[in-house]
Structure formats: structure tokens, C-alpha cells
Design a protein around this ligand. Structure first.
Ligand code: ADP
Ligand code: MG
Length: 692
């Protein structure tokens, strides 16, 4: 890639450019304006329209720092047709000096009737020296950083557009799309588009530019989406070229497990497992995302995949993001698999964070020697000391909780003589179509879109904190009837200590309120043993009411619990509320989730509560969540290392995304050189990160 050989350019400027993500001439010209100002016209002062941004020019005829009603710099500007005041509430001494009487200035701002007459507050003010012609096109305003204002960027960019980076002018503006493709998609040329956006002609429509619907914007957005599609596909292809153990479906252990289960798989579960099972038989690493709403039964599908690995005498690892969940998987899989594995002398191992040293060492040795065919645990599984003998399959539950790097680490544990194990990721945070087409396009996806039969949907109630008494009455009644309940303590983001304190206090308070009930408490600070003791007691029905922090958010499965109270629900995100609510409604009885909130509610909190109240479908909730938060926040951990879209908007540009997806396939097949140049332009060195 061309380096930023735009001369002369100092090291400080280079650092500032880097801050803006600009590493070379190509990325400099893709640093596009986020808005435009119209400085092509001058309005006579006595004629300025109100409440619109306009430009006037005149001479400063008075200039004064005033102290009442507050400190401010007020200048009177005259142009022969009238008088206007400019007013600065924050200003430097240098401005007072510069805006002295007799100075000619050009102002851009919104004119409004003010205290002194027509005024502009904090206008953009330019001191005129001599005869400066008006620009003949809109002025681009660039995303800038301290020390590198928009104006400086404009000069730098226009120099590069004129002269190139000194070596490779044609390169940075060259067309990457073959003519046939460009014409079919009715896309404007790249060079014209870039020039247009940096230097719009006098007749460019500000509205089209603002809305980003102009053909020039369409082209840029298309190119950005195309680059993303290309990189995802290249990455996908690279993986297909790697090798992994062939795990044939012997249907020996898997069929035996299905016979032992007290239920039949749903059609959706069968289909998902068939897809996974087929992938495992291929000689390259599977990388599949198993999506299914909370409670849809992903665990059993993963367990079948694990058995297919074990049938072939390859190890499997199952990793969960919290100890509670990992422990629960360990319990559940031990129960399911013990009758199958024990007679064959096969073992399951547990690997958690706070295990005794001795015990841990034995486990590690067993894993390394290949005596253990299934290891279940937390992120402890991918620490350096853990070495597998022949790892065939890695299952990652609630994958969105792990960063890209953590997932990578486990994959790189290797499969003995083979390069890579297969990877199955599971997520209960449904991914809207546009996101799965873009940020997840490097994965294959299976969806469980059906709930096990007999589930009664959870009824959600919104109750203001002031009506706490009614809530406690309801809890008492439910527990008397033999039901079990969760009481979820508020999330306190600022301080973990405070969160703990709140949990302890809530537990104390509820113990006083319900002397007749057995009340348990679980939070993040308990030791592993304490946590699992409490969870087991709850699962056995020995605890009526479980006071919990959000540690129970993911995966916990106690079917008899049918009531959940969530305090300060307004502080929680949509995905979190949906996950928490998914802890109930798992048994046959109707379940109720009570969301308590503290008034007054912010607009955003009100909207979130409304969405969770009105929807039970995880996909719909996720779609709304994406709308409210945007992809950056929504993607969370996955985002790290992934370049985000800057220009295209997945929802608004869904059509372009579809086209880009199609064209990406065509380019890679028929025009590999063009695809390479396109990727290079848009991702440069960043494309390295996409190997995640
Ligand atoms: P999730 O997809 O949220 O991980 P789980 O795998 O924990 O869901 O399953 C939720 C509950 O449903 C578990 O108790 C599980 O045993 C049960 N389950 C799974 N599949 C079925 C099925 N086909 N029929 C009945 N119950 C099922
Ligand atoms: Mg689960």
C-alpha cells in the first residue's frame, strides 16, 4: 500500500491522521465529509431569513466585552443594508483582539432576533484580508480531531485529489469494479463519486447530500459494503482451505442418547443437528453459529455434536461464559452421558477458575494425555497450560459473551496432527438478518426457530416501584402454591461493591418479609462451590425464593421456577431483560415476569420497557434493540477487531447490502484481481484482523 507520502507532511500531522484512522492516501480520500456548508451566497443583512444558516459579510463597527447579563463578546457588523450582532459566550482574548473595529468579516450562522437586534450566536467568522472570492461549491465539513480541523483536512485532501500521493495518483482514484458489473448495478464511477463528495459542484443538491441518497453516496456505501462482504468471504474461504478431523456420524452414541432422553427433539432441533453433523464429516473446520431463542433447546443439540466427536475418538470442549452456567452444563451432561460413557470407560472433566491446584493438575494431565474425551468449563479452558491431545470439536455457549480473541485461543489449541478443531458457537441473542448478512457472514448459521412443545408464554407485567407491596404479596402466594421464584437485584454498573451490598440488603429485607420461606442468595462474589450449592438447592426445590444478581442471566435452567421479579428493570438492556426473562417459562405452568421500575423514566428506558412488555419473540426484540443502539453497541464483544461500517446503514441500505453480497461472489469468482484491489483500498492493513 502507498504510504502517506503526501509531502510535506509532519510527524505530528501524521499522528493526528492516524487518530482519524487515516493511514495512507487511499484512506485519506475515503475520509468523507459528514456535512456541507453553503458559503456560495451572501445575503444582504436587512434581508436575512430567520432560522436558516446563511452567510453575510460586513465591517465590524463596534466590538465590546460585556458583563451583563453575563460575560460575552458582542460585535456589531454593518454591510450598508443593515446591522447585525454577533455574540460569543465563550471566547479567547485573541478573538477580542482580532474582531476589532474596522475589520471586514464573513459570517456563517443562524440569524435570530436577539437582545440587541438581529444576531448570530457563535457564527463561523472569517476575517477577510483583501478580496476573497466566494467558493463556487458547497464547503465540505470533515470529521476532525484536536489540532487537525476540518479546514486543514480539506486542504490536505484537495491536494491529494489534485496531485495524488506523489507516486500513485491513478491508483488511489482508480475504478475497482469491472464495467459490466458497474453498469448492471447502475453505479456511478468511483473517481467521479469521490470528487463529487469532496468538492460538490455549485448545483449539487444539499438535501441529497445530507440524506446520503445522492448517487455518489450510493456508490461509496456500496463499495464499503462490498469490501465487508469480500473480506468475510475471503475469510470463510481461507477456513474452508484449512483441515480438520473428519468426524463421521456413526450414530452409535448419539442414537443411544436420543433413546434415553425423556423428550423427542423438535423438528428445528433435528434440522440443526443434521446441519452440524454433516459439517463435522467434512475435512475442513466447521464454524457454525447455532442460534435459537432462550429456552429453544440448544444444549441437547450441542451435546449430540459432542457425541459425534467422541464416537470418532476425538476430544470435545464445551465452554460457557460464567461458572454457574458451565457448572450447570457439567451437571446436565454428566447426567445425560454417564450411562453412555461410563460403561466404555470414558470420562468428562471439569475445568473451572478456582479449582484446587492438585485437582487441576490431574485434570490437565488427563486432557493432555487424551484420557478425558469431554472437558467442560469456563474461559479456564483456553488458558495456556491447557493442552489437548486431539481436540475435534469446540462448543462455545453464549458466544456473544466472549471476545473474538478468546474464541481464537481455543480454536488454536489444535487437533493433534490436524490444523484446527471444528467450532460450534451458540447464541440466544438473535441476530437480525442485516447483521448476520454482514458481520456474521463468515459463519454458517443454523437456527432453532421452534420452542419445545407445551411451553406457556411468559406473561410480563410492568409495576412501578411504589407498588412493591403488591409484588411481595404475589411472591408469597406463588411460593405457597409450591412454585419457585427469582428476585433479581438491580444492576449497578458503577460499582461491583455497591451491587454486592444491594444484593445482601435485598436478601436481608426479603428474609424479614417472608419469614416462612426458604430464601437463597447468589451473586458474583461467592466461591464456585457456594454458587453451585445454592443453585443445586434451588434446582432441587429446597429454596423457594432465589435472590440473585444478573449472574443468573445466561443459561440457568430450573423448570419449576415460574415467577421472576426484576428490580430497576429500567437500568437493564433489552438483550439482558430478554435473557433474564428466559429463565422462567421453562416448565409446564404459566409464568409471570414482573418488571419493577423507578419513576421518572427516561424516554429511552420507557421505550425499552415497552418493547420487552409487548414482545416475547427474541428476534423482534433484537431487531428493535439494533434500531435503538446501532450495530456497534449491539455487536459487543464481536465488534473488537472488526472494522465497523462508516457510511452504510444496514437498515436503510438493506438493498445495497443484498446487491453487494451478490457482487462479492461474482468478483471473487470472475475478477479476483479487482476483488483484491477493492479490499486493499477499503481495509488496507485492517483486513488482517478479519482472520478472527
Ligand atoms: P437454551 O436454548 O436456552 O440453551 P436449553 O438447552 O437450556 O435452552 O433447554 C431448555 C430446556 O428445554 C431444558 O430443560 C431442556 O432439557 C428442555 N428441552 C430441550 N429440548 C426439548 C424438547 N425437544 N422437548 C422438551 N424439552 C426440551
Ligand atoms: Mg443455553
Amino acid at each position: 500500500m502507498q504510504s502517506l507520502a503526501i509531502s510535506p507532511i509532519s510527524g505530528t500531522i501524521r499522528d493526528k491522521l492516524l487518530k482519524l484512522g487515516i493511514t495512507d492516501a487511499s484512506s485519506l480520500i475515503l475520509h468523507l465529509p459528514f456535512r456541507y456548508e453553503d458559503e456560495t451566497h451572501l445575503y444582504p443583512i436587512n434581508d436575512v431569513p430567520a432560522d436558516r444558516t446563511v452567510q453575510v459579510e460586513g465591517m465590524i463597527t463596534r466590538s465590546e466585552v460585556m458583563y451583563r447579563p453575563r460575560r460575552q463578546l458582542v460585535c456589531q457588523v454593518e454591510d450598508g443594508t443593515g446591522v447585525l450582532f454577533m455574540r460569543f459566550l465563550n471566547f479567547y482574548g485573541s478573538q477580542v483582539k482580532a474582531y476589532s473595529v474596522g475589520t471586514r468579516v464573513r459570517l456563517l450562522g443562524e440569524a435570530r432576533p436577539g437582545f440587541f437586534g438581529v444576531e448570530m450566536v457563535h457564527p463561523k467568522c472569517r476575517i477577510l484580508r483583501g478580496n476573497e472570492p466566494l467558493p463556487d461549491g458547497l464547503t465540505p465539513i470533515y470529521p476532525s480531531t484536536a489540532g487537525l480541523p476540518s479546514e486543514a483536512l480539506r486542504k490536505l485532501i484537495s491536494r491529494v485529489l489534485q496531485t495524488g500521493d506523489g507516486r500513485n495518483h491513478e491508483g488511489i482514484l482508480s475504478e475497482t469494479l469491472p464495467d459490466a458489473v458497474r453498469e448492471r448495478c447502475q453505479l456511478q464511477g468511483f473517481k467521479d463519486s469521490v470528487l463529487f463528495l469532496h468538492q460538490p459542484p455549485p448545483d449539487a443538491s444539499p438535501a441529497l447530500l445530507r440524506e446520503r441518497t445522492h448517487p455518489a453516496w450510493q456508490r461509496i456505501k456500496f463499495d464499503e459494503l462490498l469490501a465487508q462482504q469480500l473480506s468475510m468471504r475471503v475469510h470463510y474461504q481461507q477456513r474452508r482451505n484449512g483441515s480438520a478431523p473428519v468426524l463421521i456420524a456413526k450414530n452409535d452414541l448419539t442414537r443411544a442418547l436420543l433413546k434415553l432422553l425423556p423428550f423427542d427433539l423438535t423438528q428445528a432441533q433435528k434440522k440443526a443437528f443434521a446441519e452440524i453433523s454433516r459439517d463435522l464429516t467434512e475435512p475442513h473446520p466447521m464454524q457454525r453459529l447455532l442460534q435459537g431463542d432462550v429456552g429453544s433447546g440448544k444444549t441437547i443439540v450441542a451435546t449430540l455434536a459432542v457425541l459425534q466427536s467422541i464416537e470418532n475418538n476425538f476430544q470435545a470442549a464445551l465452554m460457557a461464559p460464567t461458572e454457574i452456567l458451565a457448572e450447570q452444563h457439567y451437571q446436565k451432561l454428566s447426567t445425560w452421558l454417564a450411562p453412555l460413557l461410563e460403561p466404555r470407560g470414558l470420562r468428562i472433566a471439569w475445568l473451572g477458575g478456582n479449582q484446587k491446584k492438585k485437582e487441576r493438575e490431574t485434570t490437565l494431565a488427563d486432557i493432555a494425555a487424551g484420557n478425558v474425551l469431554l472437558a467442560i468449563g469456563t474461559h479456564a479452558l483456553f488458558q495456556n497450560q491447557v493442552e489437548f491431545d486431539r481436540l475435534g470439536l469446540v462448543v462455545i455457549d453464549e458466544q456473544h459473551r466472549f471476545g473474538v480473541h478468546q474464541r481464537l485461543a481455543l480454536r488454536e489449541k489444535g487437533a493433534g496432527a490436524y490444523a484446527m478443531p471444528h467450532q460450534l458457537m451458540m447464541s440466544a441473542t438473535p441476530i437480525p438478518r442485516t447483521l448476520s448478512m454482514s458481520y456474521y457472514a463468515d459463519l454458517d448459521v443454523s437456527v432453532i426457530d421452534e420452542m419445545p412443545p407445551g411451553r406457556v408464554p411468559v406473561v410480563t407485567k410492568l409495576v412501578a416501584d411504589a407498588r412493591r407491596d403488591e409484588v411481595t404479596a404475589r411472591v408469597r402466594e406463588a411460593c405457597r402454591e409450591g412454585k419457585q421464584a427469582y428476585w433479581v437485584c438491580p444492576l449497578i454498573q458503577e460499582s461491583e461493591a455497591l451491587q454486592l451490598k444491594t444484593a445482601l440488603e435485598t436478601h436481608q429485607g426479603l428474609t424479614r418479609t417472608f419469614p416462612e420461606l426458604r430464601i437463597g442468595l447468589v451473586h458474583g462474589r461467592l466461591s464456585f462451590q457456594e454458587k453451585s450449592d445454592v443453585m443445586e438447592a434451588f434446582a432441587r426445590g429446597e429454596i423457594h425464593l432465589l435472590v440473585a444478581t444478573t449472574v443468573i442471566e445466561v443459561g440457568v435452567d430450573v423448570p419449576n421456577a415460574s415467577l421472576m421479579v426484576i428490580e430497576h428493570a429500567e437500568r437493564m438492556g433489552l438483550a439482558q431483560l430478554h435473557q433474564l426473562r428466559g429463565r422462567i417459562g421453562r416448565g409446564a405452568t404459566g409464568s409471570v415476569c414482573i418488571l419493577m421500575y423507578q419513576q421518572p423514566l427516561s424516554t429511552n428506558a420507557r421505550e425499552r420497557l415497552k418493547i420487552i412488555f409487548e414482545n416475547t419473540d427474541g428476534f423482534e426484540i433484537a431487531r428493535q434493540d439494533l434500531r435503538l443502539r446501532g450495530p456497534g453497541e449491539f455487536l459487543g464483544a464481536r465488534q473488537s477487531g472488526l472494522p465497523m461500517l462508516r457510511f452504510a446503514d444496514l437498515e436503510r441500505d438493506e438493498g445495497l447490502l443484498d446487491t453487494a453480497g451478490m457482487i462479492a461472489g461474482e468478483l471473487l469468482r470472475d475478477y479476483p484481481e479487482a476483488a483484491k484491489r477493492h479490499l486493499h483500498r477499503w481495509l488496507g492493513r485492517k483486513s488482517e484482523y478479519l482472520r478472527a
